[in-house]
Ligand binder design. Structure first.
Ligand code: KG4
Ligand code: ZN
Length: 351
């Protein structure tokens, strides 16, 4: 049984956790959301500074709460890719320093692999293959998983990530950052069918469409046009109907393309992870469509959809069990794709 200290600092959440196998002994998150809210998005320099300030206390908290002393750890893990470079560096340097001082192995973790493993904090994942829909502030991807570390990308967004679209549309509607929870709250009681909005398809150069890819830029423009047209009338902006219609079309697109992809690829299970996986309408829509299509589904537990270190710990447990460890001079990789996560480790068995 491996006991791992995991750190997460890839964006605007500082987090630490102690995980023993798949059990979270303690986890703590310090969100910077309020600080970035007044800028309408994450300011990288502020994010790095707040990680530096928050991380020591978070580590102390999870060690105390778990009753685990540093010498009892088997490894230290920190997210090193992808994300904001300065933010990633804080977790990476902290993790490597602790590992070096206590003679422990260090594991540099891929943030998307961590999101993927967040499902395990609820119920065990099937052995694979299965399809993952990963929807966060920076990524919208459909990934076939054949087992730990074995990923095949099948679909992606060609412009904004789904979370980014939520954040931008929220700003358009005069709602707060982050946009996802704000739109969900504003959509409460709204009519999701009042406005017809486009489902953003991506054309193939040779004709037709990429069946599993996404585009949210047309939807954003349609929302802008709709809002401008409504503002030209004397009526107050119907924010609830606009938010509900937007949420509905995003959920429709994500679920329809995921189900089609799973069916075409002969995959029996869809796994939903990432910050946008916290969206109630998306969760309900996914459950209903999977049930209708005879597919199995697994949703990341609500508490672990947005960034946290418990999911990093579960992913690290899996890598540690494979015999993976990272070199102590491992850097950070702000844009490393998930399929290249194996590059973070020394052992050749780690793909
Ligand atoms: O996974 P995450 O915490 O950070 C990244 O790795 O990007 O995802 C953050 C994103 C933000 O864009 C936020 O607006 C969105 O997840 N989000 C939601 C909800 N909660 C967070 N989107 C829709 N509905 C929600 N309830
Ligand atoms: Zn994330």
């Amino acid at each position: 049984m491996a006991t791992i200290l995991a750190l997460e600092t890839s964006c605007d959440e500082s987090a630490a956790a102690i995980v023993r196998d798949r059990t979270v002994l303690a986890h703590a998150v310090a969100s910077q959301v309020e600080e970035h809210a007044r800028f309408g998005g994450v300011v990288p320099e502020i994010a790095s500074r707040r990680h530096v300030e928050a991380l020591p206390q978070l580590i102390a908290t999870v060690l105390t709460e778990s009753g685990v002393a540093l010498p009892q750890l088997d490894a230290v893990a920190a997210t090193v890719a992808p994300g904001l470079v300065g933010a990633l560096l804080v977790g990476s340097v902290t993790g490597r320093t602790l590992a070096r001082l206590h003679g422990l192995p260090f594991l540099g973790m891929h943030h998307l692999e961590a999101h993927l493993c967040s499902v395990e904090l609820g119920s065990p994942l099937p052995p694979g293959p299965y399809l993952v829909l990963l929807v966060s502030g920076g990524h919208t991807e459909l990934i076939r998983v054949d087992g730990p570390g074995r990923y095949q990308p099948l679909g992606r967004s060609h412009d904004d990530a789904a979370g980014e679209a939520f954040d931008k549309v929220a700003r358009l509607l005069g709602l707060t950052y982050p946009g996802g929870p704000a739109i969900q709250a504003a959509a409460e009681g709204g009519d999701p069918h009042r406005f017809a909005l486009p489902k953003g398809r991506v054309s193939r150069p040779e004709g037709g469409f990429y069946p599993y890819d996404f585009s949210f830029s047309g939807l954003k423009t349609a929302m802008l046009r709709q809002v401008r047209a409504l503002e030209a009338t004397a009526e107050p902006l119907p924010v609830a109907d606009l938010a509900a219609s937007f949420e509905q079309v995003v959920a429709d697109v994500l679920v329809e393309r995921s189900c089609r992809c799973a069916r075409d690829q002969g995959l029996a299970t869809i796994v939903l992870v990432g910050g946008v996986a916290a969206n109630r309408r998306l969760r309900q829509r996914m459950e209903r469509s999977c049930a209708e299509a005879g597919l199995q589904w697994r949703l990341a537990p609500l508490a672990f959809c947005t960034d946290n270190a418990a999911m990093v710990g579960v992913a690290a447990t899996q890598r540690f069990a494979q015999g993976c460890s990272s070199p102590m001079d491992l850097g950070v990789a702000p844009r490393l794709p998930l399929v290249q996560a194996g590059q973070l480790y020394e052992a050749t068995a780690c793909f």
